[in-house]
Ligand binder design. Structure first.
Ligand code: GDP
Length: 467
């Protein structure tokens, strides 16, 4: 009786573990992008829509009714923070909805799907379980990959050249003039220089610049105040032992070794599918310099997906590879759909350079424009005798609901991306500045996920082939 039961149960447990390991496939989906690109909103809406399965016609498995259920489970990595899905969803879908707090570090969430396999064979075998492990991490961390090939002197030289004429760096440049890096290390001075440099990075990010390394200076997490984050670029080099300059150089190496490498080894190298979210509209609105800078940052980010080019990465990837990479321009609900094709064309053009140079080791790539949580509706109004395609939304600042025209994007992306022509024209300079919409109050019926634009297409590209 009891003993036999116990044994049977024991056997069952073993079989379950084995079957889970062998027969339940896991898709590891990385979600990245620079700060405020829309990662948190994307993951929350994607998961809510997969659980509801109602608003996903372009995800074939959902449209065919083959996704039987979707539910959250404990994630496999016990030491990685859990993505705070419930809190973010409550923010976005509550009675007075608001945008959730954005990504500030790595987090993870496991969504399990019970899926009826496709075709005749699928009809015979019955549903299978597939785990989707979503890993959210700041794109700034990927930019740090570029630091691995650089020593402190090179990084200092390049950074100082870049910030020479930037207003955002004025205070840091002044701080450098009075600094004395050749003198004995003084932690107070070190902290104040690092603080001024961090303030520059923060201001640069706010102005729309994307080339802001070291990435952890912006999103320090629990490293805040530690020596690996207490250094800054210095003009002269070849410092004697015991000086601040020598110590900064040592800390730069420690940053690469203790912060950058472990992230790539422990997290990045295990990702199979990747979405890179890009606030293309925000950069266009900030102006030509920000667009050029975004193009450069994207090219650097893409470098991380070319393990062949980097000895350290080839070593941590160990033959594994990223199979698919999606580049998605977010917040497309700021534009009437008549302009979405232009936005996609610009996103494609932004990446063309990097993509054509890249050997993605066979990864399939695509670009699209989307909105993970649609905050507007479309309309057409008359203005000065002309028909204007507008979007209507509620302003976050005033709570006022109104129609907005963000301006027109060029039909030919090269007009925006060609440095020779930049500055000659301004794009998205009409209403875009004030278009900070609050999420709309929703009345979701059972089976309805939050409203979006092409989130289902994104899901089909990223995981559709595995469902
Ligand atoms: P993260 O820093 O990459 O995690 O970015 P978030 O997901 O927090 O998004 C940053 C901000 O972008 C949000 O607070 C919203 O203001 C805006 N946003 C993100 N997704 C959308 C979207 O689909 N539509 C609109 N209108 N705004 C969005």
């Amino acid at each position: 009786g009891d003993i036999a039961d116990g044994l049977t149960r024991g056997v069952e447990t073993t079989v379950n573990t084995v079957s889970e390991a062998f027969f339940e496939p896991v898709i590891r989906l990385g979600v990245t992008g620079l700060s405020r690109a829309g990662k948190t909103v994307f993951i929350t809406s994607l998961v809510a829509n997969l659980i509801a399965r109602g608003r996903m016609p372009a995800l074939r498995a959902a449209a065919d009714g083959r996704i039987k259920t979707a539910w959250l489970q404990p994630q496999p990595d016990d030491t990685v923070p859990r993505f705070d899905y419930e809190a973010h969803l409550a923010a976005m879908t509550g009675a007075t909805p608001f945008w959730p707090e954005g990504t500030s570090g790595i987090s993870e969430l496991r969504l399990s799907l019970r899926v009826q396999p496709r075709g005749l064979w699928g009809g015979m075998t019955g549903p299978k379980t597939i785990h989707l492990d979503i890993v959210d991490y700041p794109g700034e961390w990927l930019l740090d990959l570029g630091l691995l090939d650089k020593d402190y002197a090179t990084w200092s030289r390049e950074t100082l050249a870049r910030i020479e004429n930037r207003d955002e760096a004025r205070v840091y440049r002044e701080a450098l003039e009075t600094a004395n890096p050749g003198a004995k290390l003084d932690e107070v001075e070190a902290k104040s220089l690092a603080g001024a440099f961090t303030a520059y990075l923060v201001a640069a990010r706010e102005s729309g610049f994307s080339d802001c390394t070291p990435g952890r200076f912006l999103l320090p997490g629990d490293l805040k105040g530690s020596p690996v984050l207490t250094f800054a670029p210095l003009p002269e080099q070849n410092f004697a032992r015991g000086t601040m300059g020598r110590e900064f150089s040592r800390r730069f190496e420690a940053y690469k070794r203790e912060v950058v490498k472990p992230f790539f080894r422990d997290h990045f190298a295990r990702i199979g599918r990747q979405v890179v979210l890009v606030d293309v509209l925000g950069a266009i609105h900030s102006g030509p310099r920000a667009v050029e800078d975004l193009r450069q940052a994207m090219s650097d980010i893409l470098g991380a997906f070319r393990p062949g080019k980097n000895a350290f990465l080839s070593q941590v990837f160990l033959g594994q590879r990223v199979e698919k990479i999606l580049f998605a321009a977010t917040k497309a609900d700021h534009l009437h759909h008549s302009q979405h094709a232009q936005l996609t064309a610009i996103t494609n053009a932004l990446l063309r350079d990097a993509r054509s140079r890249a050997d993605f080791a066979g990864a399939e790539t695509a670009a699209m424009s989307m909105a993970a949580l649609r905050a507007t509706t479309e309309d057409r109004i008359e203005k000065d005798g002309r028909a204007l395609d507008v979007v209507r939304g509620t302003l976050e600042s005033s709570g006022k609901r109104a129609a907005f025209y963000p301006g027109r994007l060029p039909d030919d992306p090269s007009r925006l991306l060609n440095p020779a022509r930049q500055g000659a024209e301004a794009w998205l300079d009409a209403d875009y500045e004030v278009m900070r919409f609050a999420p709309q109050p929703l009345e979701l019926r059972p089976g309805d996920g939050p409203p979006h634009i092409r989130l289902d297409r994104a899901a089909e590209f990223l995981i559709g082939d595995r469902l």
